[in-house]
Design a protein around this ligand. Structure first.
Ligand SMILES: O=C(O)CCC(=O)C1=CC=C[C@@H](O)[C@@H]1C(=O)O
Ligand SMILES: [Mg+2]
Length: 338
């Protein structure tokens, strides 16, 4: 089945080195319009309405104007043993680490051991973040963050599920003099009303992802409207999706971070993949990734990550449904629109 809106639409399937957010394989599509390739990779369990928002990002025809050529990034530490965590941080040479915590497979004690190993690998000057993906109640978050405070946390990302809980937690952390700022991720990208985070005073920092928010323009508009420090993060993508995040981070206003730079972004996740679609994957060097021209897939690399016929069909059908939701003008066989 052909998808007429694109010149090519290829589904990929790439193994993860470590289980991450409950998945071992990342799937998505790479879409070509003329010379331009983009990624569309809504998680497979998302419904069509949410997947269509991600598609809006992939349909963007222009790119934001970059203000810098390099973007600092954090190394992302999944739920792994302290030893593996230490090695990941040391190998990355990043000066900021984000550690997954509150996973069903990891007790608070396990989390504390992992954090201790990461803090030791970073040294006292490195920045350390945790991400709980909304797993804690307010009470649980208070207990955990009180215990984690001694490692010096830059912030805790989405400690609780709802915006109201984040706001309450933030108040109670302050009242109890626990020095851990709160960052909102899912409350921005999945709540349907990202402005509520600012209205309720629910976060000190916001985490923004280009595909889930429907594109770079929506991200930059949100940064301006929210008036909070913003960290651009990956949605666990190939280098094509990562490039869109990097380019957006490169366009953040210079007031975002010290010395005209931006806070370290969560864009070093190609490291978590066993393969990629481009020849020179966008992975950090000395804690930064250079933002070059929009990449194009490499024929051999793309062949290695191409999904099987069943998954090609599944993704194409999903793409057709999402295009209908967005009401994208149909191209006729000659390439014109109708
Ligand atoms: O922010 C990072 O360091 C990497 C990206 C990352 O952690 C995530 C990517 C995609 C899905 C999420 O579960 C997860 C996150 O919650 O931030
Ligand atoms: Mg997160």
């Amino acid at each position: 089945m052909a998808v007429r809106e694109f010149d090519e639409a290829v589904a990929y399937s790439i193994g993860l080195r470590t289980r991450f957010r409950g998945i071992d394989v990342r799937e998505g599509m790479l879409l070509r319009s003329g010379e331009q390739w983009a990624e569309w990779s809504p998680f497979t369990e998302y419904d069509d309405a949410e997947a269509a928002t991600w598609l809006r990002a992939s349909l963007a025809e222009d790119d934001p104007v970059p203000l810098r050529t390099r973007v600092p990034v954090n190394v992302t530490v999944p739920v792994v043993t302290p030893d593996v965590a230490r090695r990941l941080v040391e190998d990355s040479r990043c000066r900021t680490a984000k550690v997954k915590v509150a996973d069903p497979r990891s007790s608070l004690e396990d989390d504390l051991h992992r954090l201790e190993a990461v803090r030791r690998a970073l040294g006292p000057d490195g920045a350390l973040r945790v991400d709980a993906n909304g797993a804690w109640s307010v009470g649980e978050a208070l207990v955990a963050l009180r215990a984690m405070e001694r490692f010096g946390l830059q912030y805790a990302e989405q400690p609780c599920r709802t915006v109201e809980e984040l706001a309450e937690l933030r108040r109670r952390l302050r009242a109890e003099h626990v020095a851990v700022p709160v960052a909102a991720d899912e409350s921005i990208r999945r709540s349907g009303d990202p402005m509520r985070v600012a209205e309720l005073g629910a976060a000190d920092v916001v985490v923004l992802k280009v595909q889930p928010l429907g594109g770079w323009r929506a991200c930059l508009e949100l940064v301006a409207a929210l008036g909070l420090p913003a960290v651009i993060s990956s949605a666990l993508e190939t280098s094509l999706g990562i490039w869109a995040g990097l380019r957006t981070a490169a366009a953040l206003p210079s007031s975002s971070g010290p010395g005209g730079s931006v806070p370290a972004c969560g864009l070093d996740t190609v490291r978590l993949f066993t393969g990629d679609a481009i020849a020179e994957p966008l992975i950090s060097q000395d804690g930064e990734i250079s933002v070059g021209e929009r990449p194009v897939p490499d024929t051999a690399a793309l062949a290695r990550v191409r999904a099987d016929a069943d998954r090609q069909r599944w993704w194409r059908e999903r793409l057709e449904r999402c295009l209908r939701i967005l009401d994208v003008p149909r191209r006729d066989a000659s390439g014109g629109t109708r």
